[in-house]
Design a protein around this ligand. Structure first.
Ligand code: GDP
Ligand code: MG
Length: 183
């Protein structure tokens, strides 16, 4: 750490229905490994340092678990998070539908329609089981104010780093804008 510039630390929360691949995505990103069976009840946070457009940032990633609705826990991690991955599986249309309620809670809680979000359609390797078309997913993401949409495969490690970098970039741009406006 020879630079005088302090390292930034950002809190990222991975949200979505059970079984969509939140833990597998997180494990691929943080450890670079594919885990076929991940305990669905484990909720844990992980740290990883990455380079985003030449800036070193530390990510604290919370891999959420559980099927709870609007609980105090959820409220707490939504409050503490700065960037959110909203994950569904392209093989399950209900997993996409469930995200709309989550996103609404998030926007209300943050009182901010532009909270940094990436919409993630995971399991893109299961094209033959696809239940959500790209057009359907893009319709949702544009309804959310044009949040970016990516299709990922935790299994094949496709677009995994990209979704984390994208949400980070959104947080950084926000910080810069706020800095400029003095707010
Ligand atoms: P979570 O409940 O959202 O944390 O889901 P998990 O990460 O535990 O994954 C649930 C199941 O989906 C597991 O059986 C994984 O092997 C499988 N899975 C996760 N990601 C992928 C993927 O990208 N492709 C495929 N084919 N299966 C996946
Ligand atoms: Mg999990």
């Amino acid at each position: 750490m020879s630079r005088a510039v302090p390292q930034r630390e950002y809190h990222i929360v991975v949200l979505g229905s059970g079984g969509v691949g939140k833990s597998c995505l997180t494990a691929q990103f943080v450890q670079g490994v594919w885990i076929e069976r991940y305990d669905p009840t484990i909720e844990d946070s992980y740290r990883k340092q990455i380079d985003v457009d030449g800036r070193q940032v530390i990510l604290e990633i919370l891999d959420t678990a559980g099927t709870e609705q609007f609980t105090a826990m959820r409220e707490l991690y939504m409050k503490s998070g700065q960037g959110f991955l909203l994950v569904f599986s392209i093989t399950s249309s209900s997993s996409l539908k469930e995200l709309s309620e989550l996103r609404e809670q998030l926007v209300n809680l943050k009182d901010d329609p532009n909270v940094p979000i990436v919409l993630v359609g995971n399991k893109s390797d299961l094209e033959e089981d696809r239940a959500v078309s790209r057009a359907q997913a893009f319709a949702v993401s544009s309804g959310w104010g044009n949040v970016p949409y990516y299709e990922t495969s935790a299994r094949r490690r496709q677009n995994v780093t990209e979704v984390f970098v994208d949400v980070c970039r959104q947080i950084i741009h926000r910080d810069l804008q706020r800095g400029r406006s003095g707010g």
